[in-house]
Write a protein that binds this ligand. Sequence first.
Ligand SMILES: Nc1ncnc2c1ncn2[C@@H]1O[C@H](COP(=O)(O)OP(=O)(O)OP(=O)(O)O)[C@@H](O)[C@H]1O
Ligand SMILES: [Mg+2]
Length: 260
Amino acid sequence: MSVVFKTKTGVTTALDKVSFDIAPGSFLSVVGPSGCGKTTLLKILSGVLQPSGGRVLFDGEPLARTKVQGQVGYVFQRALLLPWRSALDNVMLTLEVARRGMSRSEREAEARHWLKVAGLAGFEHRFPHELSGGMQQRVSICRALAFRPRILLMDEPFAALDEITRETLQEELLRIWAQTETTVVFITHSIPEAVLLSEQIVVMSARPGRVLERINVPFARPRTEKIREMPDFAALASRIRGLLRPRDPASAPVPAMAEV
Ligand SMILES: Nc1ncnc2c1ncn2[C@@H]1O[C@H](COP(=O)(O)OP(=O)(O)OP(=O)(O)O)[C@@H](O)[C@H]1O
Ligand SMILES: [Mg+2]
C-alpha cells in the first residue's frame, strides 16, 4: 500500500509499498523518524484516507470508512477536544455515538471512571482551555478508551505527559488490552516504550516510509516497569536504535537498506 500526496509545491511519497498484517487482539507499535508517514498510516487504518496504490483489508474485505466507524478509537497526536464541552462531556460524547444502548447515568459513570484512572478526578467539569496540554491529552485518551473500541489507534499518545503519568497510563493501557480483545496500533518515538508495551514493532525508514523490519517482542506478560532492567530489554532497544540511526549515505544508502 502506498500513499502519495500531491500539493502545489510538489509530490510527496509518504508511504512506499508498506505491507504488514495486524493480528486481531495484538499490540503492535510503529516507530520511525519524524515525517516517515506514521500518522498517515493511522489515517489509512481509520478509513479517513484512502491509499494511492495497493489496498488495505479489514476482516478480509477492503477497509471502508463505514465499516470501521464505531469500531475504531483514535487518540490523535494533539488532543482535539471539543472546546465547548467539559472534560466529562468530551469523554461521554463517543459513548453517546458508539454505545447507544447505554443510559445517561451509565455513560457518566463510565466517563468518570476513565477520568479518575487518568488522574483527572475533580477536573470533570473543566473546559479544555482550563486544562494543561497534558491534561487535555489524557481526556482524549479517556475518550478513546471509554467506548472500548475493537481497534485502538494511538498516535504518540503519551509524548506530552510527565513520566509518572505516562507510566500509569502505560500500565492502564496494558491492563485494558489484556482484559479486552482490543487490537492496538501504537505510534511512539520512544523505543523503550515500544519494547515495553508491544508484541510486535514495525520499524520504518525515513521518508518515503517503508517497513525496515518487523520485530517480535518476546517478553512474558504481565509486564511491569521492571523489565526495563533486563539485559534482553536493553539489547532489543539497542537493535531498534541501530536500525533507526541514519547511515552514512556513502556506505549504506537508506533505500538500499529498506529493500533488504
Ligand atoms: N495532507 C497532506 N498533504 C501533503 N503532504 C502531507 C499530508 N499529510 C502528510 N504529508 C506529508 O507526508 C509525510 C508523512 O507525514 P506524517 O504526518 O504521516 O509523518 P509522521 O511519521 O507522523 O511524522 P511525526 O513523527 O513528525 O508525527 C510528511 O512528509 C508530510 O509532510
Ligand atoms: Mg505523526
